[in-house]
Design a protein around this ligand. Sequence first.
Ligand code: NAD
Ligand code: ISE
Length: 338
Amino acid sequence: MMLKVGVVGTGMIGQDHIRRMTTVLAGVEVAAVTDVDMETAKKVAEGLPGATVHGSGEDLIADPEVEAVVVCSWGPTHEQYVLAAIAAGKQVFCEKPLATTEQACRRIVEAESAAGKRLVQVGYMRRYDEAYRALKAVVDSGRIGTPLMMHCAHRNASVPPHYAADMAITDTAVHEIDMVRWMFGEEIAAVRVLVPRKSRNGGDLQDPLFLILEMAGGALVDVEISVNIRYGYDIRGEVVGEDGTAALGEPSPVAVRAAHQLTAPVPADWRERFLRAYDVELQEWIDSIAGGGAPVGPSAWDGYAAAVVSDAGVAALRGGTRVEVSLMPRPALYEVSR
Ligand code: NAD
Ligand code: ISE
């Protein structure tokens, strides 16, 4: 049985997910694509024999050949496609963020709750990364005692020209916002954002930023966001517990000692660093929904909670103050998520 998927947005991650669905993963076929940039969509479809190129995301979602939808367009456009997929009763994997505002995510949560079954999964792939899973296993085992703090760094070598000021929080830090909710198994209660001296590499962006997330249980998480660090794509995380610490290992499988130097490659970007995590994430999604099942990965509720925290982060950045996070009551549909 092949699950027939339609992809909305054929940019960087859309093309990367199409590559993995056509050459790496099992049980899936890309049956349709669309993009507001029709030239790109048509070019991508040339490598997909039999795939239909649709003029809009809505047409693609309505196509009876399309059984499930993968949304890889820009964040502010996610809501319309996720809502259309829910209305059509089709499963939808939406790249992060679920949507770029709390209100948009709330509308998605409400629509899915009204449908009465899980139809949405959000692309928070750290939960599928081998290193993050190993780190969580240590934390959950109790070996380092109760976690007190976590130090995180999220460094991009560079970002594209359309990357706007708030995206350091809504598009980049949002990964750590989701990850710590999952890692600690609790919500984030408040956010502060500290602003260091500006990097000369960041143009008009306030880069880097330093977030402090207060967990509901009292632990503190700091997150360095650097989006023009130049030297590579570097993702770090260390949990400090009462009795020990545990950190993500170095991603490179090799370290070379030569000519009085110790060197190891640093990934170029997210595609390289999280290559396997994206594979596992999408394969698990495909396997969970094939044959009419429900997804078990990050839910619309997780997408909503992350958006509320990132909204609070943006307010904290603009106002220079500590901003508390207030979530709506969690609908019954999501009681078992996370
Ligand atoms: P991109 O700019 O390379 O591609 C986005 C594509 O969407 C473009 O081709 C654009 O023309 C298209 N598009 C824009 N509006 C559209 C609309 N209304 N309908 C259809 N297509 C539309 O960006 P990207 O880096 O591929 O990012 C896309 C999404 O994936 C973003 O939400 C981003 O946050 C997310 N992303 C996730 C990860 C991850 O690590 N999980 C990594 C990169 C990007
Ligand atoms: C991008 O959208 C991603 O999701 C990447 O994982 C992240 O590192 C980058 O900062 C975002 O812009």
